[in-house]
Unconditional design. Structure first.
Length: 376
């Protein structure tokens, strides 16, 4: 991915990764996440308003658009005019889809003079140009745009005191878009699917939201007051994890069960399979938010069995950002609409660049629709 998008905190390793992570950490801190919630909620509300009641919606495609919109608005909301912002979203969408396909293809394919490759290269270069122009304008004006781009512009290397360059910032944003949008969209899709097909789960989620929010929009302060919805998200990340194949390299000789693995060995593991291991999670294919309810049961889980955001030095820097997106979006959507899943339709996970749902078509209803009330 580094060759496609440039060096970033995701593609760097060793001390370089640690250095980049320290530079970017302030943009993902609690104070900044609190500022992002209103943006995420407003983008979700606008998305819901665009869905036609009574019609089928390709939920995964809708969630991809929503995830990209939340990310773009959070990063660039105060830095770009509307026309530039729309063009940037279109370019990011091309880049995101292009990387997903390239991960699955041999390296030599990306060097062929194909229309697909030309579109990807043009979109990637356009994103870089837009970001670097925005950085230049912010630097010259000296203003704080109040978005993540402005925060990244103020980030400095603690060792050298140097700020990030426009090229470095564009690499981080490109990687964030590709790594975060697809995964968030898939988890959102699965969460809405599980809530929609289980009346008890849906009722518990809505009861909690009605009790805690008392009719007002969700705010940052509410995130810690929604334990059941938190368990729904946690269980979605377990049962429907998007990780297909993750690689790590041993830095010292390591013991794995009966095997001794030399230093420098490339290892791979599948988070999706790990989270469905019956030896680790009883009845692993059941969607059960309450498996996370009992403290004793939670403590009984084997350490390292649940890795929704990885672990160690390379754990996802955007974990808090992603969880905030998930809870904010789900809470906003389910209070406005419900989805009906045809009883004969089976949705299965498919492995592409990530593990994601197969085509997920559900009918949208306003919560106030008489049809929806009859089904309740």
């Amino acid at each position: 991915m580094g060759q496609l998008l440039g060096d970033s905190v995701v593609t760097a390793s060793g001390q370089e990764h640690v250095r980049k992570r320290r530079q970017l950490q302030p943009a993902f801190g609690r104070p900044e996440i609190a500022r992002y919630v209103d943006i995420m909620r407003d983008e979700t509300t606008a998305a819901v308003d665009s869905w036609a009641p009574g019609r089928e919606l390709d939920v995964r495609e809708a969630m991809v658009k929503l995830s990209l919109g939340m990310l773009a608005k959070t990063v660039f909301g105060g830095s770009l005019d509307e026309a530039t912002f729309r063009r940037l979203r279109e370019d990011l969408s091309v880049v995101m889809n292009g990387v997903g396909a390239r991960v699955m293809l041999p390296d030599w394919v990306e060097r062929l003079p194909l229309p697909f490759n030309r579109r990807f290269t043009a979109a990637r270069d356009a994103v870089r140009a837009t970001v670097e122009q925005a950085v230049t304008e912010l630097q010259e004006s000296g203003r704080d745009s109040g978005d993540m781009l402005s925060l990244l512009l103020r980030a400095t290397d603690k060792e050298t005191g140097r700020p990030l360059t426009g090229h470095q910032i564009s690499s981080e944003i490109l990687t964030l878009a590709v790594a975060g949008t697809e995964t968030t969209a898939s988890v959102l899709s699965w969460a809405l699917y599980e809530i929609s097909r289980d009346a008890d789960v849906r009722r518990h989620v809505l009861d909690e939201l009605d009790t805690v929010l008392e009719g007002r929009p969700i705010a940052f302060e509410d995130l810690s007051r929604l334990p059941y919805l938190d368990r729904v998200v946690r269980e979605t990340l377990r049962l429907h994890h998007t990780g297909w194949l993750v690689t790590r390299r041993t830095v010292t000789e390591t013991r794995l069960g009966q095997w001794s693995v030399p230093a420098g060995t490339e290892l791979a593991y599948c988070q999706h399979a790990l989270h469905r291991d019956p030896a680790l999670f009883p009845d692993p294919l059941a969607f059960d938010p309450d498996r996370w309810l009992d403290d004793a049961q939670t403590k009984a889980f084997t350490p390292g069995a649940y890795l929704p955001f990885g672990a160690g030095k390379h754990s996802c820097i955007g974990e808090r950002f992603a969880l905030t997106e998930l809870v904010t979006a789900v809470a906003t959507i389910v209070r406005r609409v419900r989805f009906d899943v045809p009883p004969h339709r089976t949705v299965r996970p498919v492995a592409r660049a990530t593990v994601r749902p197969s085509t997920l078509l559900m009918t949208v209803w306003q919560r106030s629709d008489s049809a929806e009330q009859r089904q309740d």
